[in-house]
Design a protein around this ligand. Structure first.
Ligand code: MLT
Length: 268
């Protein structure tokens, strides 16, 4: 594993790479970091060059402004691809990372060979969800712990959680390291993001959706409905998992993404 710091708008973006060959980029979700992929990377790096990026305001990457729009985060991903001189990649985005990958595909589609929405959606926030974001911003300013701990627990399926206490600990530790400014900037960016439905509806590249039956953040039925409109699709339905498949079932999701990525690079 090698670590890199890429300069973007006078800020540092941290990432690490593993493996050689064609490129897969992994983008973590809200309150995550490049570390959440650590159990999946070995399944991918045997065949690909894997780049795991800390999105702005997360992990070891700097904050850039009051709001981190999905487009701004996509520009940071673009800066990383430029740094490595990558011309084509398969993007895998977990939840908020999925919104970023959609923003990236909208702006830089010529770089995209395939897109995997890992517990993510092309829909924008509902009005209710926008209000939740505003409430969360208020709580974060006074008591971040009160928000972070239950939120992270909620990402796991209730039934699996008793067997995943180390994974819960890891996810909580990563989340606790996120600076308050990074949390607020991401909440504002997610709240104000547009609909990315046209990106998946007219995608010239294959799109994979990974859906957890017990996802408490993005309900499975809404994601399954979205799958219908994708022209070249792979839908992976996880029967026991929630919103954190890369920690709840890294082997199955890792092998499935590897197979998908191989097909993407064969797709004309
Ligand atoms: C995430 O896991 O990235 C977030 O829960 C996504 C969201 O809140 O929309």
């Amino acid at each position: 594993m090698t670590h890199h710091i890429v300069s973007f708008r006078n800020a540092n973006i941290h990432c690490y790479t593993e493996g050689k060959g064609r490129c897969i980029v992994l983008l973590h979700g809200f309150l995550g970091s490049s570390e959440v992929w650590k159990y999946i990377v070995p399944y991918l790096s045997s065949s690909f060059k894997v780049i795991c990026i800390d999105l702005p305001g997360h992990g070891k990457s700097d904050c850039i402004g009051y709001a981190h729009s999905m487009e701004l985060m996509a520009d940071a991903v673009y800066a990383v691809l430029k740094y490595f001189k990558i011309k084509k990649c398969v993007l895998v985005g977990h939840s908020m990372g999925g919104y970023v990958s959609l923003a990236f595909a909208q702006k830089y589609s010529e770089f995209v060979k395939g897109l995997c929405l890992f517990h993510s959606t092309a829909y924008p926030d509902s009005e209710e969800k926008k209000k939740d974001r505003n409430r969360a911003i208020k709580i974060i300013k006074t008591n971040p712990k009160l928000f972070i701990q239950p939120m992270i627990k909620n990402l796991f399926s209730k039934k699996l959680l008793p067997y995943l206490l180390n994974e819960l600990k890891l996810a909580t530790e990563i989340a606790m390291q996120t600076p308050v400014q990074g949390i607020i900037a991401a909440l504002v960016g997610m709240r104000d993001r547009p609909s990315y439905l046209p990106v998946i509806k007219y995608a010239p590249f294959p799109v994979m959706m990974i859906i957890g039956k017990y996802d408490n953040v993005l309900p499975a039925n809404i994601l399954l409905e979205q799958c219908e409109i994708i022209p070249h699709k792979t839908c992976l339905f996880l029967e026991y998992e929630g919103h954190f498949g890369q920690l709840e079932n890294p082997k199955f999701t890792g092998i499935s993404i590897r197979k998908f990525a191989r097909n993407c690079f064969l797709h004309k």
